[in-house]
Design a protein around this ligand. Sequence first.
Ligand code: MRU
Length: 331
Amino acid sequence: MATDIRSLAWHEGGLRLLDQTALPQRIVYLDITEVDALIDAIRRLAVRGAPALGAAGAYGVAVALLQGEREGWDAARLAGEVKRIRDARPTAVNLAGGVDRVLPLVPAGVDAVLAEAAAVVREDVEANHAIGRNGADWIMSRVERRPLRVLTHCNTGSLATAGWGTALGIIRELHARGVLELVYVDETRPLLQGSRLTAWELEQEGIVHLVQPDGAAASTILRGLADVAVIGADRIAVNGDTANKIGSVGVALACADAGIPFVVAAPLTTFDDATAHGDDITIEERPESEVLEWGGVRVAPAGSRAFNPAFDVTPVRLISAIVNETGVREY
Ligand code: MRU
């Protein structure tokens, strides 16, 4: 069952990650005991999704502490290694948030850090279930058509979180309530998080879905084939501007034009009090090879360069509602 999928867990003195680059073909676990390996896993998207990155950051401090004990690091070296984890990806605020949450426990030792990291995981799963209920309530009260046709972008499920999922948690809840017809799953560039990961999770739940190219999303919405779009978030600014996987803002524009709700789902850990507007959010740019190559084979001409932003920012004026574990903010 998809509900049992765990993107990460502390296992025999290290951080065990379900390698999301190998799914759905292979189930591969990475046992992380060194900071370099964790940073590599984060950058390659072996662990990804904002809340999962938050948990990985929290456990990453324990990884650094244990490596430091083995290798005799001083306090400055430990702080530097922890900062490298914190900065491994810039857009998802949860990564820094997870690190910062456990840092005060470092003087108390690795067991205290691990206990706090476990709390990060537990609270995220609880928050996601509440988001699922809140989001399903809101959508069912605002959208008349039954059964519902939902469009989603990227992967926001158990894999992207500590468990259950945010936008995908709402979709699971709608399915459990018997009101869901199907889900349009944007394939999601560059690593096909939609067609590899979201489709895998939906298939295990028995939820009917159609994987579509990202470029089809606006047309699907304008043709009246979807009733609502639900996405996750990597960072939500104080004014509600929302950074999420590249392609999200195009979905929002189409929803606004078609007059259907565009719903963002995220736990409070993704809301960033230190960022006033979306313009202030750092957008990660990823390697050109992810765009210029396909399956490791160069497809673009040798002289071509690529622009590969991993995220975009949807201005709050295009967002109908932001769902968190405490309720729904309407815009
Ligand atoms: O680059 P990724 O795969 O980490 O991007 C993930 C997303 O954009 C998700 O929508 C977001 O992190 C929310 S996950 C619940």
